[in-house]
Design a protein around this ligand. Structure first.
Ligand code: OGA
Ligand code: NI
Length: 197
């Protein structure tokens, strides 16, 4: 895995937004997506919030995704495999980049056809513990006409990233303005944050 970790970190250092294809194996990505679909059928996903820690607003004009927090307590083998990988990545980050990460939180996200997430930053206004954002895409055979790109607002240009299966994206939570463009197809992912204190 070290090679893929380094690929992600090096592209993050070069371009502010790290991208690595195949960060998740096809098998793991597929299992996670099936798990997410099942959770949706069981009505376990919740409309995501916006704003700060204390006051979570739900506003479908800003974001329309539904989420489910990943947790070892669920004793789900796919979630655990995913978290094992995250643990390895944190060890790698802290030993090679001195990032000092002490925790993390990850959730599944499901964007139903027609939904989006308007331009935003990921760090809360009254809580700066979120340092780095990482997103994993779980969508096989994503095509241009499907939309739903992650659009990064760099100072000089826009960068569109398609939510292709197994791809992972990594950036600083308080620096990178981004949005999810309207998706024309159901869109599945895992998003999370590496935290300090
Ligand atoms: C987020 C987010 C981007 C994506 O959940 O904060 O910006 O591509 N997600 O899903
Ligand atoms: Ni975001």
């Amino acid at each position: 895995m070290d090679k893929i970790f380094d690929k992600l970190i090096n592209s993050f250092i070069d371009d502010k937004v790290g991208i690595a294809e195949n960060f998740l194996s096809t098998v793991l990505a597929t299992s996670l997506k099936e798990n997410l679909k099942l959770l949706n059928l069981e009505n376990k996903l919740r409309l995501a919030g916006i704003g700060n820690d204390l006051l979570i607003n739900q506003d479908k004009k800003i974001r329309g995704d539904r989420v489910y927090w990943i947790d070892r307590k669920h004793k789900n083998i796919h979630e655990n495999k995913f978290l094992d990988l995250i643990d390895l990545f944190v060890l790698h980050l802290n030993s090679t980049c001195y990032t000092g990460i002490t925790g993390y939180e990850f959730h599944y996200a499901y964007y139903e056809t027609g939904s989006f997430y308007k331009k935003h930053m990921d760090q809360f206004k009254n809580n700066d513990s979120r340092q780095y954002t990482m997103i994993f895409y779980l969508n096989e055979d994503w095509e241009l006409k499907d939309g739903g790109e992650l659009c990064i607002h760099h100072a000089e240009k826009l960068q569109n990233i398609s939510p292709q299966n197994g791809k992972s994206v990594f950036f600083r939570s308080n620096e990178v303005l981004h949005e999810v463009l309207t998706t024309n197809k159901d869109r599945f992912s895992i998003t999370g944050w590496f935290k300090i204190n």
